[in-house]
Ligand binder design. Sequence first.
Ligand code: EPU
Length: 416
Amino acid sequence: MKNILVKGPQKLQGSVKVSGAKNAALPIIAASLLTEKVVKLNNVPNLSDTQAMLDILESLGAKIKRYENTLEIKCDYISESKVGYELAERLRASVLYCGSLLGRFNKSSVSLPGGCAIGSRPIDQHINGFKALGAVVKISEGNINLDGELVGTDYHFSVKTVTGSANVIFAAVLASGRTTLTNVALEPEITDLCNFLIAIGAKIEGVGTGRLIIDGVKSLRGGEYSIMQDRIEAGTFLVGALITDGKVSISDFDFESNEPLLNKLRECGSVLAKEGNSITVSRGDYMVPVDIVTGEHPGFPTDLQAQFMVLNIILAGHSTIEEKIFENRFMHAAELSRMGAKIKVVGNIAHIDGGEHLLGTTVSSSDLRASIALILAGLAAKGETRVTNLHHLYRGYEKPVEKFAKLGVILEQEDI
Ligand code: EPU
């Protein structure tokens, strides 16, 4: 893994093609296991996380062909319903195989994902959903073992969860009878997943709402589906334009699912130009930092919190960022302080005194979104910023160095 050396200041200028969404691709890859027919997926981002998900699928017996961003997956002969620790611990989304294996084979054994840097990330909502559908759940030796013929039921998520919603939907689409799920996550990636499942024959009503009615079918067919655009990557480049006082355009932009981001871009005074389905973002005459409270969709996405923190540091004025999804997602604050930012973190609220001129130094990324935020900070800073511990970056950003180059920015890769 190489470090990235950023020589600041540099501006993001131009247009960039945003990849398919990681957080839609991961559940859709797991869902491909629900059918024995061929599934063709387009716009799949080439990331270490999508590769880890495919490695698990292959270990179970799936046949996978890949042409650039297109995948052909055939799960006609699956020899295993067990995912061991070495494969499962590579990414937390491996927990999605609990639901897809259970849905298809009425049993699964998946090594439990541990905690991670940003929080403890419990899975009680997934487990309660599986139990409600009739699965017997046994947790032993670090594995979650599920067994049972599934029967449709009513299940209410007492906590809104993205991956939990996906997992219980997987279990319900092939269960016998009707399942009504309430308080389902409203994230656009869940809508994308449901649309994929419908494309291969699932019967789901209420897509895009918190109440899904799923009528179980005997089997699913094959089909072709294109993964939605990554709204977090899109948001990262748009905020990057403001951080660096540049101008960035993105085509095929989904204005509706990006409304929480667009609201904050308007609030801080930026200029948003819409042309057809393209957007261009640049600074307005009077820019102010914005207070942010993260929340479930349509709240402000936690995955854009670190990038906005950098913007709030650059713009003059006081602001707060309250993190309400994960208990430990401010580790970038300490690194940004080393570059000269004035941030005080009290509990889950970061207080930022903005208007700072950042100075480059060596900083270490703690998680995926922190890694890109530090690169953006390096672009705004004077001097050289060396960003280390970058394996996180490639989990969620496809060809970042090439895309930044397309926007006129040079990120030098250094051997460690
Ligand atoms: N929660 C529970 N019980 C559960 C499940 C979740 O209490 O059974 C709590 C969590 O502790 C957390 C909250 O509910 O406080 C939300 O967690 P959720 O399950 O929605 O998160 P996730 O599905 O594990 C996905 C994304 C994250 C993104 C969050 C929030 C994927 C693969 N991951 O995580 O993406 O931050 O939703 O939108 O879809 C990222 O891409 O950088 C990333 C971390």
